[in-house]
Design a binder for this molecule. Structure first.
Ligand SMILES: C[S@@+](CC[C@H](N)C(=O)[O-])C[C@H]1O[C@@H](n2cnc3c(N)ncnc32)[C@H](O)[C@@H]1O
Length: 305
């Protein structure tokens, strides 16, 4: 082999490497996209979402091929008015008063812009903050004016942000309060705007071990379960936090459509139980539910005056 043919062979070899590199660059997003789609199919199978998909086939296809979210779906809901009425019934206020708090959140454009800016840093999230039934949590905080709120299962921190925004508004009206969030993932709560973090503590720990300790340290006016949604875990959380609840303490389950743990807990401890189901707009998912457990009759009307 002379020098020229060796040179030509090396050049050809380099060219084919270049072509392979171009293919890898081209295929990388295709592989990533295929991986997301297959994760969604796995979630659909695991969570048995067939019933939802059958009823909303086009939205199901849109979810599988176009939605960046794999779990913990976010969407707007179509029955916010009902949510206001539901909250009004539990907390014994006029429906207009509860509805006004829900509108206060939905029309808080500066707050939503803050969250949207943070969401835009993540390709695997929708770039608009859609609160869904978390608007009910917001309303509960605005009505109850709790001093201590605990939320298990923080994930991105969308629910935590909504709760902290409600606490911030309460503070401006002279009722201070704080939020303790519990999650096993260190990066949980990345979505919470920096200015809302002064009244937020993230406990990175299994709720099973964190809650008994917190129950010894705090009086918990509002407890929200949104962590591992197995019946045993959910019930275990309520049992662990029970001694920290004052007589008018409120417990919210974000999983009342999944288990009847909060209903049973309420029956066992002579507490009131209320149930409401959301109706997502533009999403295949037919909706989750809020369960609310109250100790005795709670009237928030005087807190609003
Ligand atoms: C449904 S997501 C929470 C959603 C969040 N509350 C929101 O508003 O978007 C469930 C979260 O629970 C957390 N989790 C699961 N098992 C847990 C456990 N044993 N203790 C604490 N957190 C847990 C997961 O890491 C996940 O972030």
């Amino acid at each position: 082999m002379n020098l020229v043919s060796a040179y030509l062979r090396v050049r050809e070899w380099l060219r084919s490497i270049e072509q392979i590199r171009a293919w890898v660059v081209f295929l990388r997003p295709v592989v990533a996209y295929a991986r997301v789609v297959s994760c969604k199919l796995a979630v659909i199978g695991k969570c048995k979402y067939w019933r939802h998909m059958w009823r909303r086939p086009l939205l199901s296809l849109a979810f599988i091929f176009m939605d960046p979210e794999v779990t913990n779906f976010t969407y707007a809901i179509g029955n916010l008015d009902e949510l206001g009425n539901f909250m009004a019934r539990i907390f014994r206020v006029e429906p207009e008063a509860a509805g006004a708090f829900i509108r206060e959140l939905e029309e808080d454009f500066d707050f939503r812009s803050e969250l949207n800016a943070l969401l835009r840093t993540r390709p695997d999230r929708k770039h608009i903050a859609l609160y869904g039934r978390r608007a009910g949590w917001y309303c509960a905080v605005r009505l109850l004016k709790p001093r201590v709120v605990i939320e298990t299962g923080v994930q991105d921190g969308l629910g935590s942000s909504v709760l902290l925004r409600a606490l911030e508004r309460n503070r401006a009206e002279g009722m201070d309060g704080k939020l303790i969030g519990i999650d096993i993932v260190l990066s949980s709560g990345w979505l919470i705007p920096a200015r809302l973090r002064d009244r937020f503590t993230l406990v990175v720990e299994d709720s099973k071990t964190a809650l008994p300790r917190l129950a010894d340290q705090e009086t918990v006016d509002l407890f929200i379960h949104d962590s591992d949604h197995s019946y045993e875990r959910e019930l275990g959380e309520y049992q662990a936090i029970r001694k920290a609840l004052p007589t008018d303490g409120v417990v919210i389950s974000d999983n009342a459509h999944g288990t009847d743990a909060l209903k049973r807990f309420s029956e066992a401890h002579s507490r009131g139980f209320y149930y409401w189901r959301e109706q997502p707009k533009d999403h295949f998912y037919l909706g989750g539910s809020i369960g609310v457990s109250t100790g005795g009759i709670i009237s928030c009307a005087e807190k609003l005056s």
